[in-house]
Design a protein around this ligand. Structure first.
Ligand SMILES: [Zn+2]
Length: 634
């Protein structure tokens, strides 16, 4: 038996094609045939001179008929190799399939066997569909744009459709109808099961028809249902977009007019991902709706505007900060989602290495007074870190007060103020009042000018702990920018206790991560020689349904912590250059640079070298991995 039947769910090796039979194996498993019958057919086969498919012999022996075969294949949902099926059913000689399999094994684009057979004209599309529909009983479908249920279609994104030759059509009594180019393809079947569950009716359609329907759905999504003059459908569309963004934990929604279409993209894990495209004619009505929500002038279409609104949904409330920007094709709308769930996390979970976390707590957070600066560009996670710091030191004995623009997350027990220039509640005005509130800890959302820098330094001089953020590349950059703000060097050197620079890099998807060895060229790009990465375990995500085929899921913080010591303070007073201060910090304070922290995290399989190159400044040649690990892990 074992010589005839290949192992379950495993495609036969090329030399097995023609000898093994996937259908026979399946019929055995489904108890449509008995071992005895197959054994007998095998004996018959061994005695005849011209090789014939096993299935044919079984049919001639009247052990099975076409209808039973059809039913079993269609209902089993077992992936099969289309090539050997064609051989088993007598459509093509098995040498042809062998040839196609060889081409497939050398093909860098990982083409499907069916495609190779078609490309090489070893079979035509008509016969291929005939095999699958007539012989196997899969219904033949012609996916029409108008029949496709937009809700089903939007369960996955365009990247998914790029990977799979599949389109969901609609629900009917028997289940969900899904068109496949190859309903026996293992990857496509698995992907569909993951998204739509087990209960579906697989049909077959030409690949070109599927691709065309997908394209039309992506560009004209739900065109029938949304008409610019129907106010309710526009209201529902805006709600649906907001809900979809919340569900995906997106940080921003971009609604972008283009020449003929309106594109909607979400920023997820720091990267823009296309969500849907619509007809451009709904843009004015949609813009009006968002303007009404924000309470801004709906008649003004030629100037940039900004606004805010709250959106209530079953799981809570989000605060949206909206910007309308006039472009040549109309107003582009960007909505930032604030007060999201992900914002408040423990300081222990932001991604600091153990040694850095201990030092940051002991030598910065727990110091009775002084300025603690968190620096980085927009979207680097500064605000999240500030919130986790506040949350960590928020005790009944401490008075904490904030001036933020805007408040992004409300924490019980602290006095948070959202700056609102529209009613003249300015930053300056607020900071003037803040010290009179008898605070222990003052949180200034961001140092943006001379005035706020002075307030921070003055407050620290009078015994307060000040937490604030700054928009600079790295930690030394933070010090240097303060020095350039006309604040006396000795005031800076005596008040700033620490500067922490940070970035967020995308984390490798744990589901599809695989080990990988970076090439010498990759290493060279981060300033390394192959000998520098002793003990590293780099990984890469190859993409799966869980991570929307990006290979990444979630983000991880990368940090550079500078705790000012005597040498650094002297270097500030002596007005040394930033490069000199950096070298002193590395030598005397044990500073590990952003690049180095990133390398350690990539070498631990958490993020990739690509992410490092995309986001981290490369100012200094990094030290070898074993030394960095000693510095960070102790
Ligand atoms: Zn994945």
């Amino acid at each position: 038996m074992d010589s005839i039947v290949s192992a379950p769910n495993e495609f036969p090796l090329p030399e097995d094609v023609g000898r093994s039979s996937q259908i026979v194996e399946l019929l055995l498993r489904e108890k449509m045939l008995t071992d005895k019958q197959v054994d007998y057919a095998a004996r018959v086969l061994s005695k005849i001179e011209t090789p014939r498919p096993m299935l044919e012999v079984l049919k001639e022996l009247n052990y099975i008929d076409d209808d039973k075969i059809k039913d079993t294949v269609r209902h089993s949902r077992v992936p099969m190799c289309i090539g050997s099926l064609l051989v088993e059913l007598g459509y093509i000689p098995f040498e042809d399939v062998q040839r196609a399999l060889k081409i497939q094994s050398e093909d860098i684009n990982h083409k499907k066997l069916g495609e190779i057979l078609l490309d090489r004209r070893l079979i035509d599309e008509h016969s291929l569909i005939e095999v699958l529909s007539l012989q196997m009983g899969f219904p033949q479908l012609e996916p029409e744009f108008s029949e496709i249920d937009p809700e089903l279609f939007s369960k996955v994104n365009s990247r998914w459709y790029d990977k799979h030759d599949v389109i969901p059509i609609h629900k009917e009594d028997g289940g969900l109808v899904i068109a496949f180019a190859d309903p026996l393809d293992r990857n496509d079947l698995e992907a569909v099961k993951q998204v739509f569950g087990d209960k579906f009716i697989a049909g077959i359609a030409r690949k070109s028809s599927i691709k065309r329907a997908v394209r039309r759905c992506l560009t004209g999504a739900s065109r029938q249902k949304i008409s610019p003059s129907d106010e309710n459908s526009i209201i529902k569309l805006v709600d649906d977009l907001l809900l979809a963004a919340i569900e995906r934990d997106a940080s921003d929604i971009h609604i972008e007019p283009m020449k003929e279409t309106m594109r909607v993209r979400f920023r997820q894990d720091g990267v823009l991902i296309k969500f849907q495209e619509f007809q451009i004619n709904i843009l004015p009505a949609l813009t009006n709706r968002v303007k009404v929500l924000c309470d801004v002038d709906i008649t003004e279409k030629r100037r940039h505007q900004g606004g805010r609104f709250y959106f209530d949904y079953p799981g809570g409330q989000v605060d949206l900060r909206v910007s309308f920007y006039v472009t040549v094709h109309g107003e582009k709308i960007v909505m930032r989602l604030l007060n999201r769930k992900g914002v408040l996390i423990n300081i222990e979970d932001v991604g600091l290495s153990q040694r850095m976390e201990d030092r940051f707590k002991e030598d910065a957070l727990y110091m009775p007074s002084g300025v603690i600066l968190i620096t980085g560009p927009t979207g680097s996670g500064k605000t999240t870190t500030v919130y986790s710091c506040i949350n960590h030191i928020n005790t009944p004995e401490t008075s904490i007060i904030t001036a933020e623009e805007p408040v992004e997350y409300i924490i019980e027990g602290i006095a948070q103020c959202s700056i609102n220039p529209r009613i003249n509640l300015t930053f300056e005005e607020t900071l003037r009042h803040i010290v009179r509130q008898d605070p222990d800890v003052i949180v200034i959302g961001e140092i943006r000018d001379n005035f706020s820098a002075e307030i921070a330094v003055q407050a620290a001089l009078t015994g307060h702990k000040v937490l604030t953020t700054f928009h600079t590349e790295d930690s030394i950059g933070g010090l240097v920018r303060l020095l350039n703000m006309n604040i006396e060097a000795f005031l800076i050197s005596s008040t700033v206790v620490s500067v922490m620079a940070q970035r967020l890099l995308r984390k490798i998807c744990p589901i599809c991560a695989v080990a990988y060895k970076p090439s010498p060229a990759d290493l060279q790009r981060i300033g390394y020689a192959p000998g520098d990465i002793t003990g590293a375990a780099f990984r890469k995500g190859h993409g799966c349904g869980q991570c929307q085929y990006t290979g990444y899921s979630g983000r991880i913080g990368i940090f550079e912590l500078l705790i000012l010591d005597e040498q650094v303070r002297n270097a500030i007073i002596d007005q040394k250059t930033s490069q000199e201060i950096r070298l002193i910090s590395i030598e005397s304070t044990g500073l590990v640079t952003l690049l180095e922290d990133g390398i350690v995290k990539a070498a631990a399989g958490l993020t990739t070298i690509d992410e490092i190159l995309r986001s981290l400044p490369r100012l200094q040649k990094p030290r070898a991995l074993p030394e960095l690990r000693r510095l960070l892990e102790g």
